[in-house]
Design a protein around this ligand. Structure first.
Ligand code: DUC
Ligand code: ZN
Ligand code: ZN
Length: 473
């Protein structure tokens, strides 16, 4: 036959089905699903393995402008390599508008940063930090037409925060253009008050990062974002939900028939606020500083409830990598004077899928099909990539991960491919690991060895999100 490749003997798992069949690939796409494919040019033996859609990580920061003092630890080459090694075939990083700059100009910069670098396919979400009339009425519609059909807004951070009026204005544009809005829901003034109060009391260690932004602050901002979205009648995605408080707001919104979607991340099912204590409240706690911060074991339970009950549509890494042992990273001179200067974010694009499989599927909390939905299919559907990406079906891109459900691995810095000099999951034991990543029909990772090349990945012009259609109120 004219099939380039057959994956034989495995069990195909999609978001909806578990089927014993072979997968035939031609010209980078799935061409045939059949009981036995014996005539392809090349064959991969997948017996004993699961054959799943490659991971799509829709929340990744690469080469992102992080201010004058800080350098991000991954650009598009190391970041995408790490993603591929962790079983991913698509990433959607952010193109950040620097306040005072043209959004379109900033997006061109990110295209230049990514060009020829990524090993896997990628899209861009926009970050809108300065919604001027030109941005709202000209730049955003033009960028949506260019395939960046989602954007993130922040309710906190000096350099990014939008006030309520600005949120309403960008929500209105999203409604009109059918763009999907992602919301970072933490309150600016409340965090500032807490931060200044803690600093005045001499409480400046990394641990106090968590104290400065408790769940109630995330809950309030989530409720406010939901209310604004209801007023405008626009769907929203609340990203990186950390615990029960915000989650209950989302559940409440859903029960009211509002189109409110939610994402959570590995840190909220595995880490706690105590990790930020480090050894005796020293700077090593900075390795776990991210926003929203990790909470407690009760919050982890709540997140599992949300994952198994469908409150969360996506499980993303929020890969936001910084160096630990560096003056331009977690140990920056300013960062050592106060938690408020410690860069917020942790690396995790490579460990996302193993952690969810091990803690979720291997422990019986979610099914393998739910795993696929949470790590791939729902990302494709929500961000306008389905069914090109996110499933194994005739005509879809042959983006596939071969998964060994029994393989035991201890997560350690030495086995990872990211640019950071540490992993927050050092020593964390997992059961289940990717053994091969196939992107558009080509083997790009085999047994931890990366075969893909920078530039293999293509920019994805994404469709408008079907999830961004207003309810019509
Ligand atoms: N928000 C993110 O999405 N990532 C890292 C830090 C932050 O505040
Ligand atoms: Zn955020
Ligand atoms: Zn993020």
């Amino acid at each position: 036959s004219d099939l380039d490749l057959a994956i034989r003997g495995g069990t195909v798992i999609t978001a909806s089905d578990t089927i014993r069949c072979d997968v035939g690939i031609r010209n980078g796409r799935v061409a045939l699903l059949a009981e036995a494919i014996t005539d392809a040019k090349k064959t991969i033996d997948a017996s004993g393995l699961y054959v799943m859609p490659g991971g799509i990580d829709s929340h990744v920061h690469l080469d992102q402008d992080s201010g004058p003092d800080i350098t991000m630890a991954d650009g598009f080459e190391t970041g995408s390599r790490s993603a591929a090694a962790g079983g991913n075939t698509t990433i959607i990083p952010f193109a950040l508008q620097v306040k005072g700059s043209s959004l379109r100009g900033c997006v061109s910069d990110y295209h230049a940063k990514a060009e020829g670098k990524s090993l896997i396919d990628y899209g861009f979400h926009l970050i809108v930090s300065d919604p001027t009339p030109t941005v709202l009425n000209q730049e955003l519609p033009a960028l949506f037409a260019d395939g960046c059909t989602s954007f993130k807004v922040f309710m906190t951070y000096d350099d990014l925060v939008l006030n309520d009026r600005q949120l309403l204005e960008v929500f209105s544009v999203a409604r009109r253009e059918q763009a999907l809005v992602m919301v970072h829901a933490e309150g600016y003034d409340t965090i500032k008050f807490m931060t200044e109060t803690l600093e005045a009391a001499g409480k400046t260690a990394p641990y106090y990062h968590g104290v400065s932004r408790p769940e109630v602050i995330e809950r309030e901002a989530s409720h406010r974002a939901i209310s604004h979205a209801e007023l405008i009648d626009v769907p929203i995605m609340i990203v990186h939900v950390s615990g029960r408080e915000a989650m209950e707001q989302i559940r409440w919104a859903k029960q009211r028939g509002l189109k409110v979607y939610a994402e959570t991340c590995p840190q909220y099912i595995t880490l706690t606020a105590d990790d930020m204590k480090g050894a005796n409240m020293d700077m090593s706690g900075a390795k776990y500083v991210c926003s929203p911060p990790p909470r407690d074991t009760d919050s982890q339970k709540a997140i599992w409830e949300g994952l198994s009950q469908g409150v969360f549509h996506t499980f993303s890494s929020d890969h936001c990598p910084f160096f630990y042992d560096s003056p331009r990273g977690k140990l920056s001179p300013k960062g050592q004077t106060s938690f408020k200067y410690v860069p917020n974010g942790i690396p995790g694009v490579e460990t996302r899928m193993p952690i969810l499989w091990s803690e979720g599927v291997a422990k019986g909390r979610i099914s393998a099909n739910e795993f696929v939905a949470l790590t791939s299919t729902n990302h494709a559907k929500i961000y306008g990539l389905y069914p090109k990406k996110g499933t194994i079906a005739v005509g879809s891109d042959a983006d596939i991960v071969l998964w060994d459900p029994n393989r035991k691995e201890v997560l350690r810095q030495e086995i990872l491919h990211h640019g950071s000099d540490y992993t927050p999951w050092e020593g964390f034991a997992v059961t289940g690991y990717p053994v091969m990543t196939i992107a558009r029909g080509r083997v790009i990772v085999e047994d931890g060895k990366v075969l893909g090349k920078p530039g293999d990945g293509q920019f994805l012009k994404r469709d408008k999100s079907p999830y961004a259609v207003p309810a019509g109120a």
